[in-house]
Design a protein around this ligand. Structure first.
Ligand SMILES: CC(C)(COP(=O)(O)OP(=O)(O)OC[C@H]1O[C@@H](n2cnc3c(N)ncnc32)[C@H](O)[C@@H]1OP(=O)(O)O)[C@@H](O)C(=O)NCCC(=O)NCCS
Length: 294
């Protein structure tokens, strides 16, 4: 536990948008639940590294292992390599071939994983909600809340997001979207999720989703999660996306949220530029490795 708190404190020193505070009980519970799946490396009776990955079957991302910011610590790359080799052998026995790890996006944190064949996949961006902005929609655009009756719109716009990522340089072609409609229906029916739809001439042309981020290591309390931000291709670059996000974040600010997080695929370069220009600061990066292809 001490190694994890130290690690997060170090992350927060490098990046002030990382929350160093850990709900101790939450962490103790998580560690207790994970003790049979946590690997520890010792030298002369002293712990020099640990590794925990949650084995999960994800409909979109396959059968894999997910390692969080508090799931790993290591004094040297060799120690991480030993931990990964040992834990990985067990994961492979369970056919968990997709390995994901969230780590602080700084050289010291990511280099050891690159040495083990991992590559950058998703960025997490964080923004402190200090002054809500209200850039106007171009004329002819209206924003409203969506609900379950907007499922067709939600699916159609989400398909547009997938279309952007199916072509290069993302080439995200192997993902299974068969549960998308059901997943979105569940999301839209969730009273804690906000669905925003922008219309032009009575037709939905943009959407985004927001919800309160559950407590998690590295994120601050009162953090909003923003996702599924999509503007129809014909309506991009007119300020629609920015006005929609301003709107959603302004409502969140007035509801008491202090931070907002969003994720983007690193190869979705336009999105990365857009989020940075908006003011999101990259904190963690999700690295990924598929076993069996190299
Ligand atoms: C990313 C996305 C949501 C942005 O929406 P958008 O409506 O095009 O965003 P805006 O028009 O507000 O801003 C886009 C750019 O146009 C510029 N812009 C805004 N109004 C403009 C105008 N009237 N004329 C010219 N340019 C304008 C902005 O400065 C911005 O530049 P930047 O990306 O360099 O910061 C949109 O491109 C999209 O849907 N992409 C596909 C889906 C996707 O990748 N979503 C993000 C998932 S993480």
């Amino acid at each position: 536990m001490e190694r994890i708190t130290t690690r997060l404190a170090e992350d927060a020193t490098v990046q002030s948008l990382v929350n160093p505070a850990l709900p101790v009980e939450l962490l103790a519970d998580a560690l207790r639940n994970a003790r049979h799946e946590t690997w520890v490396c010792e030298e002369d009776g002293v712990v020099v590294g640990h590794l925990y990955g949650a084995m999960l079957e994800n409909a979109t991302y396959g059968n894999g292992v997910w390692i969080g910011p508090d799931g790993v610590s290591f004094n040297t790359t060799d120690i991480l390599a030993d931990l990964y080799a040992t834990a990985g052998a067990t994961w492979l026995e369970h056919a968990a071939l997709e390995h994901y790890v969230w780590t602080l996006d700084d050289v010291v944190s990511v280099e050891p994983w690159y040495e083990l064949g991992f590559a950058r996949m998703h960025m997490r961006g964080v923004l402190a909600l200090r002054e809500p902005r209200a850039r106007e929609f171009p004329s002819g655009y209206l924003i409203r809340r969506g609900d379950v009756d907007d499922i067709d719109t939600a699916v159609a716009l989400d398909d547009e997001l997938d279309a952007v990522q199916r072509v290069g340089p993302s080439f995200s072609i192997g993902l299974d979207h068969s549960t998308k409609r059901d997943d979105l229906l569940e999301t839209l029916g969730d009273p804690d999720t906000n669905h925003y739809i922008v219309e032009a001439n009575g037709r939905a042309v943009a959407q985004c989703l927001t919800f309160a981020l559950p407590p998690r290591r590295g994120s601050f309390d009162h953090t909003l999660h923003l996702s599924a931000v999509t503007v129809d291709a014909e309506h991009r670059h007119h300020g629609v996306g920015t006005a929609m996000v301003d709107w959603a974040l302004r409502e969140a600010f007035h509801a008491g949220f202090q931070y907002v997080e969003t994720n983007w695929r690193v190869t979705n370069r336009r999105a990365g530029t857009y989020w940075r220009h908006y003011g999101f600061v990259p904190t963690y990066v999700r690295l990924h490795r598929t076993i069996g292809t190299g």
